[in-house]
Design a protein around this ligand. Structure first.
Ligand code: AMP
Length: 130
């Protein structure tokens, strides 16, 4: 059975897409810790980040760098925090989160509730910076 993220890549489930290439896909986290909170995934399904093939893992970071630089231009922040948890969705992913302080990347914090219009606006602005 496919993961929810594979379904997103295949267009079976909608997402606020930021970017894709032949190996990776980036989209907004639906329960964001901050505006611009983005997930980067490999299109190939692997549960655990550190089980990824070395080249795929290294390339995922390079792909994430481009996305992080674009997020920075749209969301005022000190920097883009990077987190890998994978406790909820068994499909390797990197969280890119605009942060100003350590507390901003705490996953125990309440998530933001954004409207569809807000998600669309942020995604469009980030895409425009790529
Ligand atoms: P974790 O596996 O612990 O890194 O958490 C999974 C993350 O995926 C959470 O931050 C969720 O909000 C996010 N998420 C789950 N389903 C979706 C979805 N359909 N679209 C966007 N983000 C999602």
């Amino acid at each position: 059975m496919s993961t929810i993220f594979t379904k997103i890549v295949q267009g079976e489930i909608p997402s606020y897409k930021i970017a894709e290439d032949e190996k990776y896909y980036a989209f907004l986290d639906i329960n964001p810790l901050a505006k611009g909170h983005t997930l980067v995934i490999p299109k190939e399904e692997t549960d655990y980040f550190f089980d990824l093939d070395e080249d795929l893992l290294a390339g995922m970071m390079v792909f994430s760098k481009k996305i992080a630089k674009a997020i920075e231009k749209v969301v005022p922040c000190n920097r883009i925090g990077v987190a890998v948890l994978g406790l909820e969705v068994p499909h390797a992913h990197i969280h890119l989160i605009p942060i100003n302080s350590e507390a901003d990347i705490s996953f125990s914090r309440p998530k933001l509730k954004l409207t569809e219009e807000e998600f669309l606006e942020i995604a469009g602005k980030i895409r425009a910076e790529l």
